[in-house]
Design a protein around this ligand. Structure first.
Ligand code: PA5
Length: 445
């Protein structure tokens, strides 16, 4: 069975094998906390066995709902933010034709995301796009009370109801939320929307393998059973407390690097389809580990694009950084550099070679340069950008995140810091119930 693998050999100058091995008991203890629910945040461990416990009937229901939306809609707008947005966006981008939005022969609905920002122009332009078109909405919010998606949903629902009438609009809306609580649950019940449940014990950033990620991915036309199959394979591969467990290896090595002063991790891709995978990973690790004054700062870069912007800093700036490269072994398509008789650009030395060969040499050349420049390099190899491997990669990062967070000494499953801006925003907007805060914040501005 092919699978993704983790290679730490190029981090040895700062995290030698012996140091990583010495962290194995700590990593094994952290794994036990994740598996047995004996650590902080243990009421949010429902993601650990989603790949194997999700009933086939639920996957079939998701697929049937996706087919109905595909048949009825030119556009499907997925409304959500944070963990209710990034996983689906990451997988869809990784699997999609880079130019599908511009293709006249595009089959099925175009999947669009909203509610992940409060840009007035974004919502205005989206409304313009949707006017007069058949569209559906998947509204996703675990709490059911998050402001950004609630605003977008209110605007989109109004357009849909104006275009289709209340009843037909309700048939084109699917809500994914808590089983009982929150404004969205209440709205969905009253309006009669089709719903899927986010389990209480699955936190937002760990929810991509639940209906939160699976429904948008299925609507975009991708094989969610293969995605779950890959995740199930990684669930099995990350069960044992050994360094052969890639989640332990990754978690232990990044903690070894952190303790040696490497405070910043960049997740690197050499394939633009992985840009949003980096965004998903940043949320997963940033929200899980950045607390109590601790945590590796997670950043993401697209190479070779960003070698022409961030390359100087990475090669030569403060030596507090390490990189984790997502290396895709096989592209989906072949493109050869053509021969040019005039050779005015001097490129004939690579004529007849695949573009991917050039990309791989950029990757190798950069790795050698960065390691020489004091940037430890971890490499995660992915056979191809297909559902199965993405499922493996998602589960690997989730499991490693739980282990790594416990090794760091934080609760990886809460996000108390996210509330601060909300409190201020509500106070500034004079939300009912925030009268005292409104008075206090107005005195400061
Ligand atoms: O990981 C998390 O818990 C957060 O990023 C949430 O997903 C995000 O804040 C959105 O929350 P909700 O799904 O409740 O609207």
């Amino acid at each position: 069975m092919s699978k993704i693998s983790v290679n730490i050999s190029q981090a040895a100058a700062v995290a030698p094998e012996a140091t990583v091995k010495a962290l194995l008991p700590e990593a094994a203890d952290a794994l036990a906390k994740v598996m047995n629910g004996t650590g902080a945040g243990n009421d949010f461990l429902g993601w650990t066995d989603l790949p194997t416990r999700t009933p086939a009937a639920e996957l079939d229901d998701i697929i049937a709902t996706a087919k109905r939306l595909q048949a009825d809609c030119e556009y499907v707008v997925c409304v959500g933010i944070g963990g209710s947005y990034l996983g689906a966006k990451a997988v869809i981008e990784a699997l999609s034709d880079s130019f599908s939005a511009y293709r006249a022969d595009h089959r099925g609905p175009k999947v669009i995301f909203a509610g992940q920002n409060i840009g007035e122009d974004y919502l205005f332009e989206l409304r313009n796009l949707l006017q007069g078109h058949r569209f559906g909405i998947i509204v996703i919010s675990k709490s059911g009370t998050t402001t950004e998606p609630a605003i977008a949903f209110r605007i989109l629902k109004e357009i849909l109801e104006q275009q289709e009438g209340k009843q037909r609009a309700a048939e084109r809306i699917v809500a994914i939320t808590d089983a009982h609580r929150g404004a969205l649950r209440q709205l969905a019940t009253e309006e009669g929307y089709k719903t899927f449940v986010i389990d209480d014990n699955v936190g937002g950033r760990f929810s991509v393998l639940s209906p939160v990620g699976l429904l948008p991915i299925a609507v975009a036309g991708y094989d969610i059973k293969a995605l779950m199959q890959g995740a199930a394979e990684m669930q099995k591969a990350t069960a044992e407390p050994t360094l052969d467990n890639p989640a332990i290896l990754y978690a232990a090595t990044r903690n070894a690097l952190y303790r040696a002063g490497k405070k910043i991790e960049i997740l690197v891709n050499y394939n633009p389809k992985l840009h949003y995978f980096g965004e998903w990973w940043k949320q997963l690790y940033g929200e899980s580990e950045g607390k109590d004054g601790k945590g590796i700062f997670p950043a993401a870069v697209d190479f070779s694009t960003d070698l022409h912007s961030m390359g100087q800093w990475i090669q030569d700036g403060e030596r507090t950084i390490f990189e984790t490269v997502l290396s895709v072994e096989a592209p989906e398509h072949e493109t050869i550099v053509p021969t040019d008789n005039d050779n005015l650009d001097g490129l004939n030395y690579i004529a007849g070679r695949r573009v991917d060969e050039v990309n791989k040499m950029a990757e190798l050349g950069t790795r050698i340069a960065h390691v020489d420049g004091g940037v430890p390099n971890l490499r995660i190899t992915i056979p191809a950008l297909r559902e199965q491997w993405l499922g493996q990669l998602i589960y690997l990062f989730e499991k490693a995140c739980g282990i790594s967070g416990y090794m760091l000494g934080v609760n990886p499953f809460d996000q108390p810091g996210v509330e601060s801006y909300k409190r201020n925003m509500f106070a500034l907007l004079a939300k009912p119930g925030y009268e005292k805060e409104t008075e206090a914040i107005r005195a400061r501005i």
